[in-house]
Design a protein around this ligand. Structure first.
Ligand code: ADP
Ligand code: MN
Length: 180
């Protein structure tokens, strides 16, 4: 079984994936680490704010990691804001967090103001959720973490896995919290 955990930077993917992998006894692959370890980038963007990831090479590496999990009851979690580019998956969870909360978290990373703003806008415009839905259809669901403790987010995802709850895309609207 393959779970893709995606979302705008700062929405809690790394935090949640660690807790969730414990609960599910899952193998956890952090996609950012994969990119670094296997040098899956073609260079730096002109402002040197981030690496330009070689998406095709990344998909190939994710596919390799997924080999033993596609027809297995064991879970693999691919965690990262590019993980939703991989398919096939059994479930795609897009983590969401309101722009003011994201802003606080991303400022803590000492990111440049433009980079923070870019990501807040991406969250307000549902970019990640939209892409995940475009690629995975109804397999993609979203969980608003805004007023949830990490343990509660994990609980929600486990309920989705068990089919006890659905949380379809489109239920989150952060547009009114942004001056675009
Ligand atoms: P991502 O991997 O998506 O960039 P992180 O897991 O690194 O996000 O989380 C970013 C920051 O937000 C961390 O400091 C983390 O402790 C905090 N955080 C994540 N999820 C929650 C949550 N549900 N409630 C409160 N803080 C959280
Ligand atoms: Mn992370």
């Amino acid at each position: 079984m393959i779970l893709l955990l995606t979302g705008t930077p700062g929405t809690g993917k790394t935090t949640i994936s660690r807790l969730l992998s414990d609960k599910l006894n899952a193998r956890l692959v952090a996609v950012n680490q994969l990119v670094d370890q296997k040098h899956l980038y073609t260079g730096l963007d002109p402002d040197k704010h981030y690496k330009i990831v070689d998406i095709q090479a990344l998909i190939q590496e994710m596919d390799e990691a997924a080999q033993n999990y596609r027809d297995s009851e064991d879970w693999l979690i691919l965690e990262g804001h590019l993980s939703h580019y991989y398919q096939p998956a059994d479930l795609v969870v897009v983590l969401r967090a309101s722009p003011p909360i994201l802003e606080e978290r991303l400022k803590n990373r000492k990111w440049k103001p433009e980079k923070v703003k870019e990501n807040l806008e991406a969250e307000a415009l549902d970019i990640c959720a939209w892409e995940a839905g475009d690629i995975h259809g109804a397999l993609a669901q979203e969980v608003d973490t805004t007023h949830k403790m990490p343990q509660d987010v994990v609980k929600t995802i486990i309920e989705i896995i068990r089919g006890e709850r659905t949380s379809p895309l489109g239920g989150v609207n952060f547009l009114d919290q942004m001056d675009l």
